[in-house]
Design a protein around this ligand. Sequence first.
Ligand code: TMP
Length: 397
Amino acid sequence: MKKKFLNLFKQPITNSYLSNINKKTTKKEFFYNLSVVFDKKNYLVSLANPINPKKQYTNKYAHRASQSVTMSQSFKKIALKLQKKFKPSFSLEVGSNDGVFIKNFSKKKIIAVEPCSNLAKITNKLGYVTYDKFWNKELANSIIGKYSKLDLIFSANTMSHIPNLKETFDAIYISLNEDGVFVFEDPYIGSVIKMNSYDQFYDEHVHLFSLLSISNLLENSKLKIFDVELLPTHGGSIRFYVCKKSSKIKKSKRVIELKKRELKQKLNKLITYKKFATRVKKSKRDLLLLLKKIKKNGKRIISYGATYKSATIFNYCNIGTNLIEYVIDSTKNKQGKFTPGKHIPIKSPKNGIDKNVDYAFLGAWNFEKEIKKKEINFLKNGGKFITHIPSVKIISL
Ligand code: TMP
């Protein structure tokens, strides 16, 4: 029932920034074939061959969610909203990263699960009990055995990373109180199709969710969706509010409305994804044409944000230091390293984009507003940004 519709070819693990470029490190670099399938039965979009999570979520995990002002604010807002709305006395976060969400809770009222031990260490040090383990039924049973069942489980940008969703959702079911709620958010396939953001496909995004697909999957774990929200974060995300099927919580009108919208967008039809794949090929052609033309005119191009998304683009389009001189990123532990696969050096933005740079490709296009504000002098001095969202174009002041 699973139909392959997109091939993004040989890709590295997006989080494996290289410290040095030499024969040994490049020989050791892990690549896999990234292709994407649509399940005609439950409408779920997934990677054809997800890689082993133990290779991805290690003690060297680089991403720090607190680094972005936009994300910090967004997590604070939802943390306060959920506490006000559901008044949970005991909560859990699955995939707590550097504590960007839980730090808005009292230390006694929330615990966390985070398989990357370097990150779990950060939140343990802050005083939040954090299990450096993968979320599954065994862990769920040991948590509820030691503490109690949960009123609230929250998870952001984690569910879509887990290959085995049945085990994951079953573990949620057994951990929730009778009227407990499970709130989770992840990038939205509806936005990917609309904005042609094919770079949302990378090793960590094992699935891209729709309301239609998640409704089908939760059904098998005795859970149901009672509310849903579309969010601007990560270039378009979806937040699900879930409870046990037996719960009396009322279903919001938003669920019915979004379902209608998704059916109109044909997120349940293979043809939608096939058409998207054709647009992806055009995006690649257009981006290469533009970058090569700019380079031919003797101009300098860098990239803004050593994002996982841009790893997909650079590897799929075969863009290396021949086209992009270097990447700037404010994350300290990415600086001085090289991007996976294409080995473009990553530098600190220091005082903004160097004034000799002419163009900056928006690797972090989902932070366009935040970046434009920060780099207003670059734009005022005639600098330009390049984006491929929703189609390849130049952005100037
Ligand atoms: P993300 O899209 O996976 O959250 O990654 C965004 C990356 O972009 C992250 O490494 C931080 C970087 N970044 C900057 O370097 N400067 C900025 O102003 C912003 C917003 C992000």
